[in-house]
Design a binder for this molecule. Structure first.
Ligand code: ZN
Ligand code: ZN
Length: 367
């Protein structure tokens, strides 16, 4: 039997009110308010926005690993996120287990493959070059090409140890050979950030680009490094990757003041920072960008259109008749909230993004 339901009186981020009709898991009609017909009417009375389903480009979804692990649906649809991208929790040793687990979840899952075979089983996964094996990566990438969207290399001192830039040089070589972009985690050096930037190409992702530690993308005067601007010109992609240690309000303010564009906003979420902060959820992370003064549409585009475009999956970033329905319903409440960055700095915002529900692969779930 056909399940046909109407999301009634929902607003787009352009402030247009519509009825959205879903049948057999697909969007079948975008109608004027109060005109959509179906067996079930879910009336939001103009108190909810609708967007294509949110995409979180940096999460840790392999439940077996600690500290960087969590259950897929806990950081996925239950937080309003219909698609998550695991950021290299697993390498060639365990990616098949992540894939098997993702098949049991409702949330859509893709992943960056860690270039270290052990992934985040240890958090110094690039400290021993014996854990990098180009052939194994190539075999796995070919086998799981629908699942793997890129390669992950965590290039900061606690991860690479004495190895400096060498793991990134190897990653570059594997990336070129497999034709998969890199997601590079940046943080404290050595290696120096300028050496990292030099090795990046168009479409590569820098995650944690707003971190507030030394060796970040801004000089002491708060201006973007020339090497950073040069990398932007090459077409690198910027991803927030908030996490426990990688989002700073002062750095984010510098980025905005210098017109650094907002590409994707992501959480770097896992059990600890979901339950105890400072991340909590993608919605809270988005609220931080409202606080910074970005327009709602730009903030939502950063977890829909922009992420879908990077993934080469435009259907995940639009609301179009005929597509499988992946949608997020949310409100922007006039309610004061205390926001905390990764360095413990607190800010207050008078608006708050809250998730009200999702449609994940055609199924409506209230949040
Ligand atoms: Zn990281
Ligand atoms: Zn991470």
């Amino acid at each position: 039997m056909e399940d046909r339901f109407v999301l009634r009186n929902v607003k787009t981020t352009d402030e247009k009110t519509i009825d959205l009709v879903i049948a057999n898991n697909k969007i079948v009609e975008i109608a004027a308010p109060n005109t959509g017909k179906g067996d079930r009417i879910i009336d939001f009375d103009q108190n909810a926005y609708i967007s294509s389903g949110w995409i979180d480009m940096h999460v840790h979804a392999f439940h077996e690993f600690n500290p960087y692990g969590d259950e897929i649906d806990e950081i996925g649809y239950k937080l309003g996120v219909t698609t998550i991208v695991d950021a290299g929790s697993t390498g060639t040793d365990r990616i098949h287990d992540l894939i098997a687990h993702s098949k049991l979840a409702k949330t859509n899952v893709f992943a960056f493959l860690n270039i270290s075979k052990i992934g985040l089983q240890r958090i110094d996964e690039l400290s021993d070059l014996a854990w990098l094996n180009e052939e194994e990566v190539q075999t796995v990438v070919e086998k799981y090409q629908d699942f793997i969207v890129g390669l992950k290399a965590r290039i900061s001192n606690s991860v690479v140890g004495e190895n400096g830039l060498e793991p990134l040089e190897i990653a570059r070589k594997i990336s070129n050979a497999t034709n998969l972009p890199l997601m590079v985690h940046i943080g404290s050096g050595p290696p120096d950030i300028t050496g990292v930037l030099e090795l990046l190409k168009k479409k590569d992702v820098i995650t944690h680009y707003l971190h507030g530690k030394k060796n970040n993308l801004f000089n002491d005067a708060g201006e973007p490094l020339p090497e950073f601007l040069a990398a932007m010109k090459k077409g690198i992609h910027l991803d927030v990757g908030h996490g426990n240690a990688s989002f700073s309000f002062p750095t984010a303010k510098q980025a905005k003041e210098h017109g650094i564009p907002l590409h994707t906003i992501s959480t770097d979420i896992y059990r600890k920072n979901r339950l105890h902060g400072p991340v909590y959820s993608l919605a809270d992370t988005l609220t931080k960008f409202l606080y910074l003064g970005y327009a709602l549409k730009d903030v939502i585009d950063a977890v829909t259109v922009n992420a879908a475009k990077w993934l080469n999956k435009p259907e995940l970033g639009r609301v179009v008749i005929g597509d499988v329905a992946n949608l997020t319903l949310f409100s922007v409440d006039d309610q004061r909230i205390k926001l905390t960055d990764s360095d413990g700095l607190e800010r207050f915002c008078d608006k708050q993004i809250k998730v009200k529900g999702v449609v994940v692969n055609g199924q409506f779930i209230e949040c």
